[in-house]
Write a protein that binds this ligand. Structure first.
Ligand SMILES: Nc1nc2c(c(=O)[nH]1)N[C@H]1C(S)=C(S)[C@@H](COP(=O)(O)OP(=O)(O)OC[C@H]3O[C@@H](n4cnc5c(N)ncnc54)[C@H](O)[C@@H]3O)O[C@H]1N2
Ligand code: MOO
Length: 654
């Protein structure tokens, strides 16, 4: 009984009444509630330090520029009318001192002079006189007083984001101090018992997480011209967090962010604390990730409850904080470039919520191809790997593979042309290749999508990848890849370069407690297998070995359980979810697992020569290099006898 009532009490405390609103509405609610002029004051700062700041008032020029008539060229100042008679072959002579005077660019024009002859136009130049054959018209090569800036004129209006050019203009106009809006200040309060202060360089134990969101926010805030303070992480204790929030609100910051604790957990206090100190304006936006974001107001300051998951936190920053910081600082919010991209894989989506999906984007021929990245809100690497983001509308169930979607770019468009799209089977060698390509004078970035060898061939066929990682073994011929090219890419001229011969084997727990030593062991009832997805070369290899051993798939416990990568298979073994899986040595090695070698196979990169571009060429050249071979050998579990060679049909492992 008492257990029940405790739980009910806890449930009552939980914020299960989250009511989501569209992002635009959330922003309006915050803008309506905040007194911007009261919150963000004006200050006067030295003009030379004002780049990136926003003028709070109109700025008028104090002095003109130039402040005097000035020579625009090196040459001779003179009276224009004294030169009117000059013609080719009928030079006019002017005495130095009385009729003309030497001037350099920028010098004041001597009294009584109104034009400048460029020095190279003087057909004779002696100690006493010059001669010219072309007339000078009045004010020729002269910069007049106030040509650029006229004293008293409006130089810059209010709410102008000051550029380096503006600073130049301010100084030229004799303005030493400039009225600007205060620079926004943000305090970030990381929360959570499990959250470790990164400044102590901690080693996380199970249940612990290294605090990183504050530093992501620090960088994002700096990019918005906002000063940033992080306080030490606060444990999941309502009183301690309330104190931290109160202190932050009483401090100099205009914006206070509580990192995590925004959702419905029994220790998620952000909402109740904001309610106790001020007002919650929004709890929940119609957007995933980032849904449980909170906007509130305490003591006239903006207070934000950012979700704890890194991707959700970033969405909260990008969708809510950037528009609000821009508004508070009177800046125009940044706009991302839009491009149409073709999806390399389908994006399923739930009806009822708008979803943001990050994309790895690269140019393949005429089109931009996008691979949807994982959607876990905790996947920081999706932020690292993305070049764009697409929005799946609230009323959509997603987008199909090969369909076009609109993407917002997170990088300059030119970067997409430097990206080599590799689709297909994944191997750690691709990471080595990716790293080496970035070291070139003209760096190439790899965007790789792991859809298995067959998926890679489909991508080549659809011209949505430049290269495809493939290791398809044909048991009839004993050859790799070519029999599959003939069958699935008929009529296409497909070439392939070998990256390595790699060792595939059974990945088992450290010490191999079940004594798994051969493929026959997979039929033992106590062995729980973890398979690869259909179309993966590794799965085809498994099926071959099962057939050789006379074992049907039904006999393998776990045959239907699929993972998409070697590492995911290894993780299943590490956590005990499975006792065994087929994969490469590198994956077992990375997680300290044991490896029972089963087969040697060719891991190649396939490409269409007539579709290849400079990036393909650069990659091929690098793969052929001796240093690349050396790096592969260092990984262990690979042989490099064929590395860099263009393969021939029927070559097998020879
Ligand atoms: N029953 C429900 N559960 C959850 C809901 C919901 O609606 N009902 N919403 C889910 C969604 S969506 C999100 S997003 C998260 C938001 O979680 P919180 O804001 O409450 O954050 P925590 O649970 O405390 O942490 C989540 C996750 O993030 C890690 N974390 C926290 N702070 C940091 C930091 N500064 N740096 C790096 N990582 C951090 C934390 O350890 C957790 O792993 O809630 C869902 N749950
Ligand atoms: O909205 Mo949460 O931010 O999906 O992950």
């Amino acid at each position: 009984m008492s257990g029940y009532s405790n739980l009910r009490k806890k449930m009552k405390k939980r914020n299960i009444y989250l009511k989501t609103v569209p992002v635009a509405e959330a922003l309006c609610l915050a803008m309506d509630a905040l007194d911007r002029d009261g919150l963000v004051g004006m200050e006067t700062i030295p003009a030379h330090q004002a780049c990136g700041r926003v003028t709070a008032q109109a700025v008028h020029a104090v002095c003109s520029s130039p402040t005097f008539h000035s020579a625009a060229m090196d040459g001779y100042a003179l009276k224009a009318e004294s030169t009117f008679a000059a013609r080719e072959g009928r030079p006019v002579r002017l005495a130095k001192g009385s009729q003309c005077a030497p001037v350099n660019t920028g010098h004041p024009l001597p009294e009584g002079m109104d034009g400048v002859l460029m020095i190279e136009k003087a057909v004779r130049d002696t100690d006493d006189f010059i001669e010219l054959e072309t007339p000078v018209f009045p004010m020729q090569h002269v910069r007049r007083i106030g040509e650029d800036i006229v004293a008293t004129e409006l130089l810059l209006p209010q709410n102008r984001l000051l550029s380096p050019y503006d600073v130049g203009g301010l100084l030229s106009a004799g303005i030493w101090d400039v009225p600007v809006w205060e620079q926004l200040r943000m305090t970030f309060i990381p929360t959570g018992d499990e959250v470790l202060d990164f400044t102590t360089r901690p080693s996380p134990r199970p249940g612990q997480v290294i605090e990183s969101n504050s530093q992501v926010f620090a960088g994002l805030a700096a990019a918005q011209g906002c000063l940033f303070t992080r306080v030490d992480p606060v444990p999941d204790n309502e009183d301690a967090l309330t104190t931290a929030v109160r202190e932050a609100v009483n401090g100099p910051s205009h914006v206070v962010v509580i990192g995590a604790g925004s959702s419905a957990g029994s220790k998620d206090f952000s909402r109740s604390i904001i309610e106790s100190l001020g007002q919650v304006l929004v709890h929940g936006i119609d957007l995933m990730p980032g849904k449980p974001s909170i906007l509130g107001i305490v003591g006239g300051k903006l207070i934000v409850g950012a979700p704890g998951y890194p991707v959700s936190a970033v969405v909260c920053f990008e969708e809510l904080l950037i528009p609000l910081l821009s508004w508070l600082s009177r800046k125009t919010p940044p706009v991302r470039q839009l491009v149409d991209v073709e999806l390399a894989r389908k994006i399923p989506s739930k009806l009822g919520t708008e979803e943001l999906v990050r994309l790895a984007i690269g140019r393949v021929g005429e089109k931009l191809v996008a691979t949807p990245l994982g959607r876990g809100a905790g996947m920081l690497t999706t932020l690292i790997r993305a070049q764009g983001v697409t929005r799946i509308p609230v009323d959509s169930e997603g987008a199909e593979a090969a369909s076009k979607v609109r993407a917002e770019l997170l990088v300059p468009a030119a970067e997409l042309d430097q990206t080599l799209v590799v689709v297909g089977s994944h191997d750690n060698i691709l990471d080595v290749l990716g790293n080496e390509l970035m070291g070139l004078t003209r760096p190439v970035r790899i965007a790789s999508s792991h859809v298995g060898s067959m998926g890679g061939l489909t991508a080549l066929k659809n011209r949505s990848a430049l290269m495809a990682g493939t290791h398809l073994f044909d048991e009839l011929s004993g050859d790799f890849n070519f029999p599959f090219f003939r069958k699935y890419l008929p009529g296409l001229n497909v070439a392939c370069v070998n990256l390595a011969i790699r060792h595939q084997g059974l990945i088992v727990a450290k010490g191999n407690p079940l004594g798994i030593s051969k493929v026959e062991d997979l039929a033992r009832p106590e062995v729980r297998f973890i398979n690869r997805q259909r179309g993966a070369g590794t799965r085809i290899l498994l099926d071959y070995h099962l057939r050789q051993a006379g074992i049907s798939s039904e006999q393998v416990n776990g045959y239907d359980k699929e993972e998409f990568t070697h590492m995911a298979v290894a993780v299943n073994v590490l956590t005990g979810t499975a006792s065994c899986g087929l994969g490469i040595f590198a994956a077992a090695n990375a997680l300290g697992l044991d490896f029972v070698p089963l087969a040697r196979e060719r891991y190649d990169l396939a490409f269409l020569p007539e579709h290849a571009d400079w990036k393909t060429e650069v990659a091929l050249e690098l793969i052929r290099s001796a240093s690349f071979k050396e790096r592969i050998e260092k990984l262990g579990g690979y042989e490099t006898a064929l590395t860099g060679r263009i393969m021939e049909p029927g070559q097998g492992l020879g």
